[in-house]
Design a protein around this ligand. Sequence first.
Ligand code: PLP
Length: 411
Amino acid sequence: MTQTTTAGIDDLLAGRLPDSHGRFGAYGGRFVPETLMPSILRLETEARRALADSRFQQQLSDELEDWVGRPTPLTRARRLGESWGAEVWLKREDLTHTGAHKINNALGQALLARHLGMRRVVAETGAGQHGVAAAAACARVGLPCEVYMGAVDVRRQAPNVLRMRRLGARVIEVESGDRTLRAAIDEALRDWVSDPLGTYYLLGSAVGPHPYPWLVRELQAVIGREARAQLQERSGSLPDLVVACVGGGSNAIGLFHAFLGDPSVTLLGVEAGGLGSEIGHNAATIVHGRPGVLHGSRSLLLQDEHGQIRETHSVSAGLDYPGVGPEHAFLRDIGRVRYTSIGDEEALEALDECSRLEGILPALETAHALAGARREAASSTGRTILIGLSGRGDKDLGILAETESRDGDPA
Ligand SMILES: *Cc1c(COP(=O)(O)O)cnc(C)c1O
């Protein structure tokens, strides 16, 4: 495909993107089996209708308040700010029900599944965080939920498997492919193809075929809308810099969207640099990836010179994915968002700093955003920085204990 894109930020702000094919410039689209096309087109039509329907929106916002715990606070991080020489604000998605932003999307899609009269929901999960959010949301709306999870992850993430089961979901262990998230998504898509009229596929990030990247962004945009209004009320101004971590890209796109039309606001997405820049040692898709098609959409991908998708590495399971949402690839191309990567060690240091200075133990994914913000603050002081605190770190205590015993440093 040699087509060049002329689409720009104005098209995005005016709602002309994604276009009718689900494309953000050169990225996105819907690369799915023919048998899935009718359901995916129906999902798009119905999702647009539901999100424009004031009764559906009311139902969603009532549940976000009553069950999820929104609006989440915007916390002034004074001690971090003093240490960095910046004014630092944290948008506290860690305080939502189930402990991360993922619930915003899971709840919205579960309500949509019920609204569409679906009989059952399937979802994929890697580390289990989206699986838990999907299981909880399905229980809340009264729909049976089956979660595909790679066999390797089932073993690595036993507590989340138990959580999903306690919440009434069935966890289906995937033995095919790489037996991790990638294979789990393949199986969930296959399940959906086999029953497109009765099954709803609840996808966990701003990836996959259109309409998911758009739908997930719309459901996560509440993060940025709240944060922008809260910051303006508290400090009377906009931030100079907004920072979020990027796995598939849902919390980042949700936080960034409210600021895309503010030219004075710099936006920074932080990917997982893992152990280093060599292929296979990181999950920094935007920084190191090239265009290709995976899981129904065209975006940047970590692949070798033969187009084979490569394994990824990150200390944080939630960032460990070889693709990224197409809207991020587009925002990179047009230069509206800057992307960088942070390695395992630096992320762990930032996690410690936030825990000890602010009394907030962030998720390992989130620690990448904190480290990215810290680096930026070091390059120019006195700025107002808003950071997406995407989730809490309780789930990561096992990994933290391992690094502690390795380094012999329980401080
Ligand atoms: C899953 C997860 C992420 C990464 O997912 P995105 O779709 O990129 O937001 C980031 N932070 C936390 C806490 C997560 O659980």
